[in-house]
Write a protein that binds this ligand. Structure first.
Ligand code: 5GP
Ligand code: ZN
Length: 138
């Protein structure tokens, strides 16, 4: 897609610090890292989000994400890593070309994950039922 920045990175029209390339997947450094080494793993083909990705391509993205994670441990001494993916605007997706964030983590790096809450009494059972029904069960 001509107006997609990640497609332009794939085609070489925009520069990027590439870290790994396979025939169908590219990994490069995020321009605004949560921590140094924060890497984006994308399909070379334009797909907007996880739900649009063919299963085999999602598998390949997962494989490359794990390779990147191991490299973050080896090269940057990451003690852990977070894998994240924002899908759709409501979830904070800003670039509508599917991408997985691989974020290196260090002990006491001060980063906080999503704040967590509690279910009101009975709601956990109701939500579980809604999801099972949506998935074709009961
Ligand atoms: P999203 O919120 O869509 O999951 O995240 C998009 C990510 O792409 C952001 O973390 C942002 O810093 C990164 N990004 C946006 N534009 C560019 C760019 O031109 N080059 C690189 N390397 N990363 C970008
Ligand atoms: Zn694209």
């Amino acid at each position: 897609m001509a107006d997609c920045i990640f497609c332009r990175i794939v085609s070489g029209g925009l520069p990027a610090a590439k870290v790994l390339e396979t025939p169908r997947v590219l990994a490069f450094l995020d321009i605004a890292p949560v921590n140094y080494g924060h890497t984006l793993v994308i399909p070379k083909e334009h797909h907007e989000n996880l739900l649009d990705l063919p299963d085999d391509l999602w598998t390949e993205i997962g494989r490359v994400s794990r390779q990147v994670a191991r490299a973050l441990q080896k090269a940057l001494y990451a003690r852990g890593f977070n894998i994240g993916m924002n899908n759709f605007e409501a979830a904070g997706q800003e670039v509508f070309h599917a991408h997985v964030h691989v974020i290196p983590r260090h002990t006491h790096d001060g980063l906080q994950l999503f704040p967590q809450g509690v279910y009101q009494p009975g709601d956990m059972e109701k939500v579980g039922l809604q999801l099972r029904q949506a998935l074709g069960g009961r």
